[in-house]
Design a protein. Structure first.
Length: 361
């Protein structure tokens, strides 16, 4: 059995259910860096905050991004009272007085949170100086930079090459761009779309190294004066896994070995059609078997709904002690036969580096 250097995954990633109170409430995690939230039972936007850009509006662009939209920010009414205040040991969700649906009274939310390392520091590993908040132990960093019009390299602050980079151009309302090692270089996936991998030499033309990544020459990535944010993930044994598999089209679906019990799995069929959403499953919202209430990073749809109606048996996977298994063979993106499915998973292995059995979830 492979040992992990991460003995408690909850110190670095967690999925939390909380009920809005319309005032303020605290989420506990040391050096919380990225917080991604969704109302579970209503049609609504996602809200994504990070510690590098800041938790409340101070100047354009604003802090909360929407993975289901190309918009670069909300408006100037995201004040410190409404937004997120990031702390070293806990973070406070504001009153949501702007009505952005992340802390409205009596409503149920899920919050996915990743640990970083403070508000960021200067990194000169690349051809452009970046600001980086890096948790190298867990293989996660938040990187911001301003393009200079060149095909630049950007320091990411991790000790190994990222296998997943989620990028957003902040100087205008344009698409989300995703690099996934299993999809390859010289193109992108779109987090806000059902589109398959699109080949384009202006995006992620070179594979990342242990110190830098190359966003590409396209104006969305490197345009002079354009502000950018990227969330970088390197694979860590027993904690995170990024790969692909082929669906087999039946209810005894593909099994994907991760080497840990996943807490959170996101799947993206690498095709373009009406089923090829970014499906998100987690153990906080649903029972591990069968986990049949996905959210969709690219849609406003509430969990377990598709096309505006309940569909609790529409998409099903098992979240197991050492991986996950597809359990619905048709009628959704990871069903069908012969489809390439790209995945991202976070969780906790059974045994840590201290030889002590770790809590799986």
């Amino acid at each position: 059995m492979a040992y992990t250097t991460i003995n408690k995954s909850g110190d670095n990633f967690d999925a939390k259910i909380y009920t809005g109170n319309g005032s303020s409430q605290t989420l506990t995690m040391d050096n919380l860096g990225l917080l991604w939230m969704k109302n579970r039972t209503e049609t609504s936007n996602y809200n994504l905050f990070d510690v590098v850009r800041g938790g409340h509006y101070t100047s354009a662009p604003g802090p909360n991004l929407r993975t289901n939209s190309t918009t670069s920010a909300h408006g100037s009414d995201i004040t410190s009272a409404y937004g997120i205040t990031f702390g070293s040991s806990s973070s406070t969700i504001g009153s949501d007085g702007g009505g952005y649906n992340y802390n409205q009274s009596g409503k149920s939310y899920v919050g996915w949170q990743w640990r970083a390392n403070g508000t960021g520091s200067s990194n000169t590993d690349g051809s452009i100086t970046s600001t980086v908040s890096a948790n190298a132990t867990a293989g996660f960093s938040i990187v911001s930079w301003t393009g200079d019009g060149s095909d630049a390299t950007i320091g990411h602050g991790l000790s190994s090459a990222p296998k997943l980079i989620i990028h957003k151009h902040l100087s205008g309302s344009v698409q989300w761009n995703v690099y996934h090692a299993s999809a390859g270089t010289g193109g992108y996936l779109r987090l806000d779309s059902t589109s398959a991998f699109s080949s384009n030499s202006g995006f992620f033309g070179t594979a990342p190294t242990s110190t830098v990544f190359s966003p590409g020459s396209h104006s969305y990535m490197s345009g002079s004066g354009n502000d950018n944010i990227a969330y970088c993930f390197a694979e860590k044994t027993g904690y995170s896994k990024f790969g692909k598999f082929t669906s087999n089209g039946n209810d005894n679906g593909a099994f994907i070995h991760t080497g840990f019990a996943p807490k959170w799995v996101m799947l993206k069929p690498n095709v373009t059609d009406g089923w090829s959403h970014w499906y998100i499953f987690d153990t906080a919202r649903d029972h591990p078997q069968l986990n049949d209430m996905p959210l969709y990073a690219n849609l406003t749809t509430q969990e377990g709904y598709y096309g505006g109606s309940p569909a609790s048996d529409y998409a099903q996977i098992d979240l197991l002690s050492n991986g996950f298994k597809i359990r619905k063979g048709s009628g959704w993106g990871a069903g069908g036969s012969g489809r390439e499915i790209i995945y991202m998973a976070f969780g906790q292995s059974i045994v840590g580096s201290n030889n002590v059995p770790a809590t799986a979830r």
